[in-house]
Design a protein around this ligand. Structure first.
Ligand code: ATP
Length: 297
């Protein structure tokens, strides 16, 4: 039987600003999103739906022993995305989805959203639904604010609650050292503890978009900034230590991604990024550490 396989890539935020809070409680953001070379793998296969077998069956392979065990029901964004698509499109058949989880969980790398995005692409192909990227993004935002971006991937300016997307050129080639300390950070906690109206500093997101258009790596790295660091870094000083360590070992700049706790450093040379990797590992500052690159779709 036909089986479809898709990679679901993680993202980092080269810049993240919060403009304010909307009356409905959502935060209005302005972010530069970037796909990176760390990914989960999902496979999709049709199966007969019967009275005693559920329409959506999920199995998960998680490499990380002792980490958070992901749910296989509505608690998983994969399930929610599949249920939404199948309900909206009136699909009566069943589907079996397997997930090989490699992206660190609750890390600020949109692991759940990118898996949900892969479900949109996967089921679109498996069931021949002919959904356009716009159709998928419109439906995807019901699962989560970052899902439309993950459906698109690459480099983008994200505005509104994350649903207004403008594609941007991929940054010039560089190497990334990405490290997640052994703590889990709840996105909800970080946003609840951010007082957007009292922020005295905002990163230059427009300037970064211009630097991307100009293909200037130095213009990009000098504008890296994330207002959520004011909450997460205060609670977890290891984030500040990681940034300092990366910069001390040749990173052009280093920043926390999303609501954290993952930190990334940008390097011109792979060799230097690998030295940074060794230094971070030696100090025991992070559990999951990767050297990777920017990815364009
Ligand atoms: P973001 O950057 O979008 O804030 P994140 O990287 O901080 O996301 P996720 O890895 O997406 O966080 O996980 C947040 C929570 O979502 C997890 O603690 C987990 O309980 C739940 N979750 C549901 N489905 C998934 C999934 N497929 N992968 C990871 N987490 C999932």
């Amino acid at each position: 039987m036909e089986q479809i396989t898709r990679k679901a890539y993680a993202k980092i935020n080269l810049g993240l600003d919060v403009i304010g809070r909307r009356p409905d409680g959502y935060h209005e953001v302005k972010m530069i999103m970037q796909t990176v070379g760390i990914y989960d793998v999902l496979t999709f296969q049709k199966r007969k739906a019967t009275a005693n077998s559920p329409c959506i069956q999920i199995s998960i392979e998680q490499a990380e022993p002792g980490g958070e065990i992901l749910p296989r029901d509505q608690g998983n964004l994969i399930y929610r995305a599949a249920a939404l698509i199948m309900e909206t499109r009136g699909i009566k058949e069943g589907v079996e989805i397997t997930l090989q989880k490699k992206i660190p969980i609750a890390a600020g790398m949109a692991g759940g959203s990118t898996d949900a995005a892969a479900v949109f692409h996967g089921l679109n192909e498996l069931f021949g639904l002919s959904m356009s990227p716009e159709d998928m993004k419109r439906l995807g935002v019901q699962i989560g604010a970052d899902v439309p971006y993950c459906i698109m991937g690459g480099t983008a300016l994200s505005e509104g609650i994350g649903e207004r997307l403008t594609p941007l050129p991929t940054p010039p080639a560089a190497y990334l050292l990405i490290a997640k300390p052994d703590i889990s950070v709840s996105t909800k906690y970080v946003y609840e503890n951010l007082h957007a109206d009292t922020l005295t500093w905002h990163p230059d997101i427009e300037g970064m978009a211009e630097a991307l258009k100009a293909g200037s790596l130095s213009g990009i790295v000098e504008r890296m900034g994330n207002v959520l660091e004011s909450v997460t870094e205060k609670k977890y000083p290891v984030i500040g230590q990681l940034k300092e360590e990366m910069k001390a070992h040749g990173a052009l700049n280093a920043l926390m991604s999303g609501s954290g706790p993952t930190v990334f450093g940008i390097y011109r040379e792979k060799k230097t990024a690998e030295k940074g990797y060794a230094a971070v590992r030696k100090l025991g500052l992070a559990k999951d550490i990767f050297v990777t690159e920017f990815v364009s779709p």
